[in-house]
Each structure stands twice: as structure tokens, then as C-alpha cells.
Design a protein around this ligand. Structure first.
Ligand code: IPM
Ligand code: MG
Length: 363
């Protein structure tokens, strides 16, 4: 029996291209794993009314962790129209599978390291090395939304300020949810010799929700006197990160702000071809590239697989295979430093699989 069981969830679009590429590298490094394919993606929304079928969730329960590619999602109108006729008008509504996995499996950490590898022509500045900790289960992502204000809300003081026809979305932040993500960020900083944690918020406007987040952040920070702690507003952070990325080290923030800031950080180290994610809970984790399914490139084996290969590296770290993880990172760094093999985003003409093979060849 293999040492690990990994749920293999390529999804659709370029999710298939990039997971094929990551598999070349995982096979080469000789990870003793059984990979179990799981159905997930747009096709299952169309034909079953659920992009993440129950059978896939059930299969995942018997695995150590999951590896996810990408899936296509479309706006509400298009999604409804693309459902097979038998399912139309039956009340199905599209839900993002990755958001569901994060919530159902309580994968509360979204870990997004963003490192500028020397030789990457897309680096915004050489030497950038940031790590984003995004809270992954609450905030603006709880999915409590209304297309107009429910009548019973008007019983609550202050709600009469909101016009009845307004669409509303709730943002919920708990002290526990905030504490555990901030603690994860500080523990990571302590383990990886990082000097500073910056909490990002908008507490001057979102006084209640970000008040809770910042109170928890200060409390946890006090437990780590050896690590510097500061904070910044999300808007200012958008400027400061560009102005001086070297002032930051580990960034911790709530769900939506983390979504935004992690794309900014990814762009500073080469764009979405380099952004990797770990969605990590107490017992389970799902690793994925940060990018989407890029349908226009689907099946062309053109996109950069490095984000996905670095997600595989993160998975190995999480499984306790630190040596293999370090080897993969070293191989990625070597290929980037040599600059011989480059995908189109890097100004080259090499394919997704050429890049994967070049990385595998360094192992
Ligand atoms: C991400 C993505 C997702 C998110 C989408 C696909 C729902 O942008 O992982 O950052 O918003 O979390
Ligand atoms: Mg995002």
C-alpha cells in the first residue's frame, strides 16, 4: 500500500494541463502515493447541478490531502442557462467548489507564499519574499447574501437606512476565527525565522468586524514578543506593498482582503503562473495554484505550471516530506536561474509539459 493517498482533482480548463505537469514532477521525485481521481468542475455543475459532487467529498474523506487544479465558473445568468434542461428551474444555484471545500473541511488557513526566484524575468523586484496568511472560512465568503433586504431585517435598529431593493451581503468575523489565523501566521513566522507579521484590515470603517480581527491579532501578537507586529489598512497596503515590498514579511488578513492582497503579491513575483496556495486545516489540506481555469488556453499546454509545481512542493512540506519539497523548490529555482526553458508568460515558447520536464530533469 502506498504511504499516502492523495485526492487528485484536476478540475477543468487549464487545471488539467497544470496538474498533468505537476504529476510529472511528483512521479520523478518518487513520492510514494496513490492518486485518486475526483470529479469536480463545470461539467458536473451542468449535468448534476453540483460542481463538487458528494461522491468526490466522500472520496476525499479517505485521503490524506487533496491536490486541485482549477475550475471554470461563470456568472449567475450563464450558469443557469448552461444547466442541462432537466435541471433548469429546479432551484440549483452554482457554488464555488474551492470555497465549499474550504468551509466544509474547515481549511481555515490559506497560505500563499510569494517569492521572487532569481532569474525570473517577471519579477517586479528581485528579492521579494512575502507570505500571505488569508483567513479562509469566514469574512465576506460566508455566502449569506440577499438580492433584496429580507423584510424581517427592518425589525433591527438602523436597518431602515437600507433601501428595500438593496442587495446585501454579510461579513462575519469571529474572535476564534481571527485568533487561529493570526496564530498560524505567527507560528509560521517563528518556525521559518521570519521577522515581522503585518495584520491588514480596514478597522477605521469596518469597526465591528475588523475591530474583532485586530483585537485578536494584538492578543496573539503579545504571545510572540520575538516577532515584530504591525498593521496596515488594506487600501494603504496596496500602495505600500508596491512602494516597498521589502518592508513586509508575513501578512495576515481576513478572507476577501487576503484574496485581493495575495493576487497583488503574486503579481510582484511573476503573476499567476507563480502563485501557489495551501488551504490548510487541522487535519486536512487542499493544495492548488492560485490561478483560475483560463478556458481560452485549455488543453493547449501553454500556461506556466510553476504555480502548480510549487503547490506540490507545499503539499510535500505539509505531508512531512520536507526533503523532497526542498528538492522541488531547488529544481524550480535552478530552471528559472538558467532561463533556458520559459513558458509564454515569461516571454518564451516552451510548453507546460516542457517546463515540467525541465524541472523534473533537475531532480
Ligand atoms: C482564490 C480565488 C477564489 C477565491 C475564487 C475562485 C472563488 O480567487 O482562491 O483566490 O475568491 O477565493
Ligand atoms: Mg483570488
Amino acid at each position: 500500500m502506498a504511504k499516502y493517498k492523495i485526492a487528485w482533482l484536476p478540475g477543468d480548463g487549464v487545471g488539467i494541463d497544470v496538474t498533468d505537469a505537476a504529476k510529472i514532477v511528483l512521479d520523478r521525485i518518487g513520492l510514494d502515493a496513490e492518486y485518486i481521481h475526483g470529479d469536480i468542475g463545470w461539467e458536473f455543475w451542468r449535468t448534476e447541478g453540483e460542481a463538487l459532487p458528494q461522491r468526490t467529498l466522500a472520496m476525499m474523506k479517505g485521503t490524506d490531502c487533496a491536490f486541485f487544479g482549477a475550475i471554470t465558473s461563470k456568472g449567475k445568468d450563464v450558469a443557469d442557462k448552461e444547466l442541462v434542461p432537466e435541471l433548469q428551474g429546479k432551484g440549483y444555484s452554482y457554488r464555488s467548489p474551492i470555497v465549499r471545500m474550504r468551509q466544509l473541511l474547515d481549511l481555515y488557513i490559506c497560505l500563499r507564499p510569494c517569492k521572487a526566484y532569481p532569474g525570473n524575468p517577471l519579477n517586479y523586484k528581485d528579492g521579494i519574499d512575502l507570505v500571505v496568511f488569508r483567513e479562509n472560512t469566514e469574512g465576506m465568503y460566508i455566502g449569506v447574501e440577499y438580492d433584496k433586504v429580507p423584510e424581517e431585517f427592518y425589525a433591527v435598529k438602523g436597518m431602515d437606512k437600507i433601501p428595500r431593493h438593496a442587495a446585501v451581503s454579510f461579513r462575519a468575523i469571529t474572535p476564534e476565527g481571527s485568533e487561529r489565523i493570526v496564530r498560524a501566521a505567527f507560528e509560521y513566522a517563528a518556525q521559518h525565522d521570519r521577522k515581522k507579521v503585518t495584520a491588514v484590515h480596514k478597522a477605521n470603517v469596518l469597526r465591528q468586524t475588523d475591530g474583532v480581527f485586530m483585537e485578536a491579532a494584538r492578543k496573539v501578537a503579545a504571545e510572540f514578543p520575538g516577532i515584530a507586529f504591525d498593521n496596515a489598512n488594506i487600501d494603504a497596503m496596496g500602495m505600500w506593498l508596491l512602494k516597498n515590498p521589502f518592508n513586509y514579511d508575513v501578512i495576515v488578513t481576513t478572507n476577501l482582503f487576503g484574496d485581493i492582497i495575495s493576487d497583488l503579491c503574486a503579481q510582484m513575483v511573476g503573476g499567476l503562473g507563480f502563485g501557489c496556495s495551501g488551504n490548510i486545516g487541522k487535519e486536512y489540506a487542499v493544495f492548488e495554484p492560485t490561478h483560475g481555469s483560463a478556458p481560452k488556453y485549455a488543453g493547449q499546454y501553454k500556461v506556466n505550471p510553476i504555480a502548480t509545481i510549487l503547490a506540490a512542493k507545499m503539499m510535500l512540506d505539509w505531508l512531512g516530506e520536507g526533503d523532497k519539497a526542498a528538492q522541488i523548490e531547488g529544481a524550480v529555482a535552478a530552471v528559472l536561474a538558467e532561463g533556458q526553458v520559459r513558458t509564454y508568460d515569461m516571454g518564451g515558447a516552451d510548453s507546460t509539459l516542457d517546463m515540467a520536464k525541465a524541472i523534473a530533469a533537475k531532480l
